[in-house]
Design a protein around this ligand. Sequence first.
Ligand SMILES: C[S@@+](CC[C@H](N)C(=O)[O-])C[C@H]1O[C@@H](n2cnc3c(N)ncnc32)[C@H](O)[C@@H]1O
Length: 264
Amino acid sequence: MKASPESRPNLLQGVAENWRPPRYRRLSSSGQRFRAAFLRFLDLQSGTIWRDLSRILPAEKGKILDVGCGLRPYRSLIATDATYLGIDISGAQKHFGFQSPDTIYYAGDRWPVESGTIDCVLCVETLEHVEDSRGFVAEISRALRPGGRVIITVPFCARWHFVPHDYWRFTPSGFAALFANSGLGDLKVYARGNQLTVACYKVMAVVFSLLSKANRRLDRWLPRALLGILSLPVFLPALLLANLSLCVPGTVDCLGYTVLARKE
Ligand SMILES: C[S@@+](CC[C@H](N)C(=O)[O-])C[C@H]1O[C@@H](n2cnc3c(N)ncnc32)[C@H](O)[C@@H]1O
């Protein structure tokens, strides 16, 4: 490609987020739970996060603080004898479309919790949306009791989302640098998915974006949609292969990371 970068759109001008999350729903019937499980099968990011969290969260006891909780999709994984507290920023609805009952909304950088009172901080797909990540890690450390655990997930291979409120992608060494001197130790970073998962995920994303009509005029959308329909035969194998690829260990070229650490 010989064209200068300036011939391409400047992404800081005029890029808008089309996708909005669904409204909050309490999953009470088995039909609703089945639908949620099916959506996790389709959405590899949330599916792999669910897999990881379902293996670690039920064992957490005491006070569990879900920071940037959104619609609280992982609440049901928490043991019934643990205390769940969901907090989010006051801009959650305006900037992310998230509003859920029983969530404490707060403004500013300081979390509405007493120091050293939390047994487990849960932070799912939120850190990449926080401008001041060091300040955020300092709040994790302040909130946790000694020995308390933090569980974080972040995307690695994901599009720029909730534009413009998506600031960072982290690497394992990025986490090591971010957590250094934070009072949090025993840092572990695990990959979710591998190169094959990512390749299939991107194929599926192309088909989705061809079919997605958001903010597009019908005459512009129809040819893309036709291409999307023609691409459907690759979608299903990609979906199955992606889910099968999760049987082998995660690698550095992955969907995202699950990060564990403890307050020293
Ligand atoms: C991608 S959503 C994830 C929501 C939820 N954790 C989930 O897994 O569905 C990102 C969340 O981060 C929250 N957020 C953004 N900036 C934040 C900040 N500085 N502190 C705490 N939460 C923040 C948003 O309000 C939003 O709920």
